[in-house]
Each structure stands twice: as C-alpha cells, then as structure tokens.
Design a protein around this ligand. Structure first.
Ligand SMILES: Cc1cc2nc3c(=O)[nH]c(=O)nc-3n(C[C@H](O)[C@H](O)[C@H](O)COP(=O)(O)OP(=O)(O)OC[C@H]3O[C@@H](n4cnc5c(N)ncnc54)[C@H](O)[C@@H]3O)c2cc1C
Length: 515
C-alpha cells in the first residue's frame, strides 16, 4: 500500500521542537493503529487483510512492546489442547476466571474472549505462529500456549512473544502496511461533533510532525507501568516499591489521549510479579532471580516475621501482592547451603516461565551471590549465624530467631501449622550456613484504563461509543479484577492479541459498511 502524503511542507526551523529542517506531513489512511505489541500488530494485520489501508505508529525505535518479552497466550479447548487431551472446558475456564477475579470483570467481555480465544490462536497459527501448551506450576491450568521460534524475512530467529511480533510484522509488510517507528502518537484529532478523525504524531528523531487523517483509530499502547506519575495517580501504588520489570517507556499515552477526548476510565490493575532488585531498582535476572522464586525457603518481612506460605512463589502475580503489602513492600527469602546444593544439583522446584524450566540446575548461583556481595550489593547477604543475618539485613534479631525456631520445628514435624506449606517444601535451615535475597514487588505490565463495548469501541462517561475510536490490549479495563491470576496462564497476552484482532476487524468492517 502506498502512503499518500497530501502535503509535505518542509519548515526551515521548527520553533516548537528546536530542530532544523523538520517537516510537517499530512497523511490520509483508513485506519491508524497506535502501538506494535500483540494488540497493535493483530489489529494491523487483521484490518489490512479485511481491506483497510493501515498506518501503524510505534513510539520506540523498535517494535514489539511488552509483548516481545512475553512467552505464551491463553487458550482453552484449542486444537493444541485437543492434541494433549486437556480437560479444561470453556465453561469451567469462564467460571474460574470470574471467581478468581472476584466478579469484578465485565462477564460478557470475559465470555467473548474465552469462547473466541481458540479461534484466535488458529488465526495466529495461519500467520506462521506455532504453539506448544505448557503447564508450568501446580497453580495453573493447561492454558499457556507458548510460542515456538520464528525466523523472520531478514533471517533473524526469535522465540516466544518476539516470534509473534516478527511473524505479524512480516505479514503487515506483505500487506503494504506502513509502520512508523520512533513516531509516537501525541494527540487524537476530533471534529466538532467529538468524532475521532485522525491522529497527530511526531518522529522523535527527525522531529518531523504528522497529521494523519483516518476513518478509524485503534489505541494499543500497552498501559502505563513505566510512568511513576500514573502508577501513583491511577493505581495508588508507590512506583518506587512496585517496580516495572521491563521498562520500555509505556506511559499510558493511549489511555490519556482517549481520556482527553472524553473517554471514561475503568478499573486499573497489573500483571504483578516479584524477584529481586538492587538499590537503584534494577531487577536482577539470572540464577539469583530463580533462587528468589523457590517455595522451599523461609520468607520474612521487615519485622523479621514469616509472612506467607512460601508456595505462593509458584504464582508470581499473587506473590507480588504478598510482598507489596508488607511493611516497606519488601521481604527476604532465606535459604541455606544445603538448598544451594539442591538448586545446583537436583534443580529448582519452581521455574521462571519457560525460560528457566522446573528442574533447571542453577550452576551460576554461587558465583552471582559472591559477585554481588563483593560489589557491596544490599539485596543479597551470606551469614554464619542468625545474629549475623539479622545485622546484615537490618531485621530485628529476636523476631528472626523466633521465625527460625517455629519454621525449623515445622520442618522437623513435617507439618506447617502456621501457613500450611506442603511438607515436601519444608526443608530445615542450618543457621550456620545462611543466605538471604531481598524480595521485591515488581510488575510485568499494568492492565486497564479504557472501557469498551463488545466491538472494542471506546466508551465515553455516559457509556456511549466515541465514534471511530477503538482500543485493545492492556490499555483496556473489563477483563481483570483488582488482581491478575496466573491460574489462567497467558490470559493478558491472549486477550491482547484477541482484542487487537477484533478491534481491527470491526474497524475495517465498519469502514466497508459505510461505503
Ligand atoms: C517480561 C514479561 C513477560 C510477560 N509474559 C507474559 C506471558 O507469558 N503471558 C501473558 O499473558 N502476559 C505476559 N506479559 C504481559 C504482556 O506483555 C501483555 O500481556 C501483552 O503482550 C501486552 O500487549 P499490548 O499489545 O497490549 O502491549 P505492548 O506489547 O506493551 O505494546 C504496546 C506498544 O505501544 C507502544 N506505544 C506506547 N505509547 C505509544 C504512542 N504514544 N505511540 C505509538 N506507540 C506507542 C509501545 O512502545 C509498545 O510497543 C509479560 C510481560 C513482560 C514484561
């Protein structure tokens, strides 16, 4: 598809952006999609296949957003479930999701997705995306459709979310879609009747500006988790203590642009997670992260008190909540030399997604701990007594000793009368060979912001659609409650691709119908 540039006015000096030679462009198209994650690219490809001319904008110099880090999509009663004889039904999935989200979501929105997700996976499969169902933990159903590697048109092979991104981008290119990277949408254009008629954008490198006249606009900007200001204002969480684990400048742009044009805001939430981070809030990855995800450790809070059944480690979103609500929003996971040897030689009880599978042997853990301690890190310590551990972690020694005593007694008895951890994870701690890693509450993405109807048209405060404006992905409210559950693995990613595709299809069909 050829981009139509009606007027290309070069301006010698752009006072607004202080750059020399920036140009003002006016483009015309059927559909503008804002964002190139799973929602934006699904919308892009589907709208283009349905006959629309599409321009897709991306704020970053690279495509893919948070999707590029994700691993798999939710599906139930899919072809891939059939081949494994998985037993979860759509009815049970619907009930399970509504119950675990405390009936806060819009039941019809959840119902539409649960019934449509398998067909959506088949649509993705027709676009060169291959799946394998993985059930990672005892807390999950077999819904996680993890994406196999994909080699793109440039010969580059990626896997998981990045594979989906690259496969859809190849299809978008073949369909003639113009993808403009490093060109954030800055504002929706509305006419006097309040109908959306386009988007303004700027190339942040060249400072060229764009007025893109469009019949339909689809917002898919990936939420607001990287904006400290919005995390505080919209979700009332402390951004210093609720750390974005893959910060790529997702600052709620689409939500804000729609709200500026009269959209209502719905409930916001997160895909929470946890792990460990240094004093500058840089998330530590590698074996230390995996070690912090183990159910066999002893978890204590700032008061030196055990604060949960450590089996919550299996469910990253719930574990994030548990840690966040502690005093100071942190905890310590304490293990000993024997547990290090277990993780090195027998492999971990809890993996980290499919990147670190259950049973992975943490051959580098000892080195990572030593290196961090040598650097003076304050999120990992080694101690040869409870007193020394208390001193190095600034935990009250009396409470810590009590927590150890109660915990080790439970291990001896094989019964945890405090929080009922299964006996297989009760492993007595040797107080002379201790390690502790600081647990921090993190998040993968925010979820929520805009309300939509069943066509994914954005609603205003009176509940009416704002004409020509659609939204998809984690910019949407309505499919999760206050807390994301990992029970229905891949739910956020699955919904993003599904909602994006249907927004794209509905937008393209509405254009056809109006001709
Ligand atoms: C490490 C990690 C692992 C994850 N694993 C999973 C998983 O396995 N399963 C699961 O369900 N979920 C997972 N998630 C969450 C997952 O990212 C989301 O479920 C989903 O992929 C979000 O898709 P999206 O298209 O809505 O947003 P994104 O993929 O974030 O895409 C939004 C895009 O919009 C762009 N954008 C923002 N503002 C503008 C603007 N003004 N103009 C133009 N472009 C803009 C962004 O740069 C970005 O590229 C994971 C997230 C992370 C970080």
């Amino acid at each position: 598809m050829k981009l139509i540039s009606k007027s290309l006015v070069a301006v010698a000096v752009s006072l607004a952006f202080g750059s020399v030679g920036a140009a003002e462009h006016v483009l015309n198209t059927d559909v503008v999609v804002i964002g190139t994650g799973s929602a934006g690219l699904s919308a892009t490809v589907q709208a283009a296949e349905a006959g629309a001319k599409v321009i897709t904008l991306e704020k970053n110099p690279f495509i893919g957003g948070g999707t590029a880090f994700a691993e798999g999509l939710f599906g139930v009663e899919s072809e891939w479930n059939r081949l494994r004889s998985d037993t979860l039904t759509r009815e049970k999935a619907f009930e399970g999701i509504m119950e675990r989200h405390m009936h806060e979501p819009n039941a019809q929105q959840v119902r539409d997705f649960v019934w449509g997700c398998a067909e959506n996976l088949e649509w993705l499969a027709k676009h060169d995306i291959k799946f394998e169902v993985v059930r990672m933990t005892p807390w999950e159903e077999a819904t996680w459709h993890v994406i196999a590697p994909y080699t793109n048109s440039k010969g580059v092979t990626t896997n998981h979310g990045a594979a989906l991104v690259n496969a859809l981008k190849d299809h978008a290119d073949k369909l003639g879609v113009k993808t403009m990277v490093q060109t954030p949408a800055t504002e929706l254009i509305a006419n006097k009747k309040g109908e959306v008629v386009g988007v303004k954008a700027i190339n942040t490198r060249t400072k060229d500006t764009y007025t893109i006249n469009a019949k339909k606009v689809i917002i898919a900007t990936g939420g607001f988790a990287d904006s400290a200001e919005k995390v505080q204002a919209w979700s009332h969480r402390d951004p210093q203590k609720w750390v974005s684990c893959a910060p790529i400048n997702k600052t709620g742009d689409g939500i804000q642009m729609a709200v500026d044009k009269g959209a209502a805001m719905g409930q916001v939430s997160y895909v929470g997670t946890y792990g460990t981070a240094d004093k500058n809030n840089r998330v530590t990855i590698g074996d230390m992260l995996t070690a912090s995800w183990q159910p066999s450790a002893l978890w204590v809070n700032a008061k030196g008190e055990r604060f949960d059944n450590e089996e919550v480690a299996f469910s990253f979103s719930q574990a994030g909540n548990s840690i966040y609500r502690q005093q100071g929003s942190f905890g310590w996971t304490i293990f000993d030399e024997k547990q290090i040897q277990f993780m090195e030689n027998q492999g971990v009880d809890s993996g980290v997604g499919v990147i670190v599978p259950v049973g992975a042997k943490l051959k580098n853990l000892r080195n990572e701990i030593a290196e961090n301690i040598a650097k003076g890190a304050d999120h990992v310590v080694k101690a040869s007594s409870i007193e020394e551990l208390a001193k190095k972690t600034s935990l009250p020694v009396g409470n810590l000793k009590k927590a150890f005593e109660t915990y080790n007694q439970a291990c001896d008895q094989g019964f945890d009368g405090q929080f009922f951890k299964k006996s297989r994870y009760l492993r007595k701690l040797d107080p002379t060979k201790l390690y502790a890693v600081k647990l921090r509450a993190l998040n993968f993405t925010s979820i929520g912001g805009l309300l939509v109807n069943r066509n994914f048209e954005v609603l205003d405060k009176a509940g009416n659609p704002i004409k020509n404006l659609y939204a998809a992905g984690v910019d949407l409210s309505g499919y999760v409650g206050a807390t994301y559950t990992t029970w229905s693995s891949g739910y956020a990613f699955g919904f993003s691709a599904y909602s994006g595709r249907h927004a794209g299809l509905n937008a393209a069909n509405a254009i056809k119908a109006s001709k």
